[in-house]
Unconditional design. Structure first.
Length: 154
């Protein structure tokens, strides 16, 4: 990864973790290399690469950081608005599954909510025409490719 397109998104990611934009870029790269689609699968690949040199024998730092990111996004963080770390949802979260089952997570059940997001989300490619996906551009004699992503429920 070279950089995020949006300085606002970069700043938001930095609130989660100062290394998170680098970590997230690895998720995006692994996704586009065809090494997985689900957040859980891709986290396995990120653990194997361990680009930050964490002690993954004692903890699961990439899983923790991704869960924190997914929770922030689910509760109000966006790429285009400055985020102050405050959650927009204060009571709970209701998820209606495709089969009609209703899941309710009160924010007292934060760990279960984070685990649900981690187990049930995947990376996806957004509209290429709307977001200039795959566009190759030149900047300071170097070529770059614009890669976009979305995270959706499975």
């Amino acid at each position: 990864m070279s950089k995020t397109e949006s300085e606002t998104f970069e700043a938001n990611l930095c609130l989660i973790d100062s290394l998170f934009s680098r970590i997230l870029s690895e998720y995006v790269l692994e996704y586009y290399l065809g090494n997985g689609k689900t957040v859980r699968e891709l986290t396995g690949r990120i653990n194997e690469k361990n680009l930050c040199g964490f002690n993954i024998q004692l903890q699961r730092p990439y899983e923790y950081k991704m869960k924190h990111f997914l929770t922030a996004v689910a509760l109000g963080m966006t790429a285009s608005s400055v985020w102050d770390g405050r959650e927009q949802t204060t009571g709970g979260y209701i998820i209606v599954k495709e089969d009609g089952d209703v899941l309710c997570y009160h924010l007292y059940n934060r760990n279960e909510f984070r685990e649900y997001l981690f187990q049930n989300t995947r990376f996806d490619t957004p509209s290429s025409s709307r977001h200039d996906f795959g566009y190759i551009y030149r900047e300071n004699r170097k070529f770059f490719m614009k890669l976009n992503f979305q995270i959706r429920f499975i």
